[in-house]
Structures are given as structure tokens and as C-alpha cells.
Design a protein around this ligand. Structure first.
Ligand SMILES: *[C@@H]1O[C@H](CO)[C@@H](O)[C@H](O)[C@H]1NC(C)=O
Length: 293
């Protein structure tokens, strides 16, 4: 029996043609925006994790979410045992109400989930995709996930450094690339650190830590969803099929989730901001003009 848990951050949205390399800040989600502009979902976990996604009032009441003017926290329950017949451990799944075509998403965080014995998010330099197949229906909902990390840049050690920033570019022209920098990494591009209103992805950013070029995925047929999704899930498809697993001690992942709430103390995100950049309007204007003639 495979054990382990995974924390997933899934970005997917549809794509339209745009060749611009400049991107302009369109949405900047900070603090309370996550209550107002995101949908709090309560469905069964599509990746079959041992979680019970709760709505916003329930999450607030249990302090599974917490906001200030400058931060947003979301976490899984870490105080109660879960009955075997229950849907799973109380947790959170949110999706953006806005949808995006070509975009660059900046996830600026101060803390990412850590701590349970079965933390499986593993990668080294030149991070490898967990799957080359981008069709969620073909691979147990793993989609085009990336599994990033190495000892020094993920989980607990990353949190000790104040967190970090993931930047994902998803465009028809370039496919999907992800860059990552720790908050204390001097090579983080200044426009990313500053949350600049305009950015030029790739320029002076170094090699992306993960890349899914166009030819590996047929974009129009695979990227048909439109929102960003955040969730915090345990066991299920991500742990079972996307991550190599190692010894987690006795028992199954389900046993760990049910009987050991204390293992989930560190299972929370503290988000400074999610910034969404879209291609420079100039290029869209041009495309619009061409379409009319
Ligand atoms: C709720 O969670 C936040 C963030 O983790 C924490 O700072 C705060 O003290 C908690 N409030 C209560 C009442 O436990």
C-alpha cells in the first residue's frame, strides 16, 4: 500500500494566441481578497485525497483560515482525530473566480505546508515534471503538476528562510514554465520581489526549474480549465501516483491522517500575494485589429 501525502497547487486555464513577452499586472490578491474573490469549494476531492473540504464560514469558525491586511493563511485541521467513516480531515480548496488565458502567476508565500512524516515533494535542480501527460483524465488528476524541491528549498528548510516565490508562465507560445526563488535568494528578479506592475518573464531569470514545452501537450485540447486552484490534500492520487514514496512509519497514509492530528500542525500556507500578469495590452489590441480586417 502506498502511503504519503501531497500538497498540490494546480494552475490551469485556457490559452489564446499572444506572442508578447511583456506582461502587465491584472490582479493582485492579498489578504481579504481570498475571501471575496475566490470560491470556497466543498466537493469531494477530485484527486481522491483523505480530506473534507469545508466552506468559508466553517473554516473561519475553526480558524482553518485567517487573514490580515497583508497575509492569508489556510490550513488543514490539526487538532482532531478523523473517524474512519468520515470523508476525511477538514481542509481547504479554493479556486479563483476570475479566469485567465495566457498569464504569468506569481505565488509569493511566507510558509508552505511541512511536517508530516510522509511529506513526499521531492526534486533536485532541473526539477522533473511528475507527469508528462497533461490530461487530467488520463493520469489520475495529476495534470501537469510539478514536483519541486530539494532539501534546502522546500518545506521546513524553506520556511526557515522565510518562504519563497513560485512563478508560473503559461502561454500558448511557450508552454508552461515554473521558476522558484527562496525569499532570501539574492537572484530573485527585482521586479518579482517588488511586485512590479510590469514584468518580462525569462529575462534575467535564469533557467526555469520546470518546463513543459508546447509540443509535449496539445494545449487547445488539454488546457480547457480557466481558474487557479489551491488545495491542501492528503493521500489520494497525488501521493499514490505522482510521488515516489518512502517509509512513513507504520500504518497507511489514511491511518496517519485519521489518528495523528499533531502531524498536521505545519500543514498550512501563509500567502503574501498571488499576482496575475497578462500579456501587454498592446499585443492584444493588435490581434483584435487583425481579427476585424
Ligand atoms: C488563528 O490562526 C492564526 C494564524 O495561524 C493565529 O495567528 C491565531 O492566533 C489563531 N487564532 C486562534 C483564536 O487560535
Amino acid at each position: 500500500m502506498r502511503t504519503g501525502y501531497a500538497i498540490s497547487l494546480i494552475f490551469s486555464w485556457s490559452l489564446t494566441a499572444s506572442a508578447s513577452s511583456h506582461f502587465t499586472l491584472k490582479d493582485n490578491f492579498v489578504g481579504w481578497d481570498f475571501f471575496d474573490s475566490w470560491k470556497w469549494e466543498t466537493m469531494d476531492d477530485p484527486t481522491h485525497g483523505r480530506v473534507n473540504y469545508v466552506d468559508l464560514p466553517t473554516a473561519q469558525h475553526a480558524n482553518l483560515t485567517y487573514v490580515t491586511d497583508s497575509t492569508f493563511v489556510m490550513r488543514a485541521d490539526h487538532t482532531t482525530k478523523v473517524a474512519p467513516q468520515a470523508r476525511g480531515r477538514d481542509s481547504i480548496r479554493i479556486s479563483s473566480i476570475a479566469s485567465y488565458n495566457d498569464a504569468v502567476i506569481v505565488l509569493d508565500m511566507a510558509h508552505m505546508p511541512e511536517g508530516a512524516r510522509c511529506d513526499q515533494i521531492v526534486v533536485t535542480q532541473g526539477d522533473t515534471p511528475t507527469s508528462n501527460e497533461c490530461d487530467a483524465s488520463a493520469n489520475s488528476n495529476t495534470g501537469c503538476g510539478v514536483s519541486l524541491s530539494n532539501g534546502a528549498s522546500f518545506g521546513g528548510p524553506l520556511n526557515d528562510r522565510g518562504g519563497g516565490v513560485f512563478v508560473t508562465r503559461k502561454t500558448r507560445a511557450h508552454g508552461v514554465q515554473t521558476w522558484f526563488w527562496g525569499q532570501d535568494d539574492p537572484s530573485m528578479p527585482p521586479e518579482i520581489r517588488a511586485g512590479a506592475s510590469s514584468i518580462e518573464p525569462g529575462s534575467g531569470w535564469g533557467q526555469p526549474s520546470a518546463s513543459f514545452p508546447m509540443d509535449d501537450c496539445e494545449y487547445d485540447s488539454h488546457f480547457n480549465a480557466h481558474q487557479m486552484v489551491f488545495d491542501l490534500t492528503f493521500c489520494g492520487d497525488w501521493a499514490g501516483s505522482a510521488f515516489a514514496t518512502s517509509g512513513c512509519g507504520p500504518g497507511t497514509c489514511e491511518d496517519l491522517v485519521n489518528d495523528h492530528p499533531e502531524e498536521f500542525k505545519g500543514a498550512y500556507w501563509t500567502i503574501n500575494a498571488v499576482r496575475v500578469y497578462t500579456p501587454d495590452p498592446a499585443s492584444n489590441t493588435l490581434l483584435g485589429f487583425l481579427a476585424l480586417t
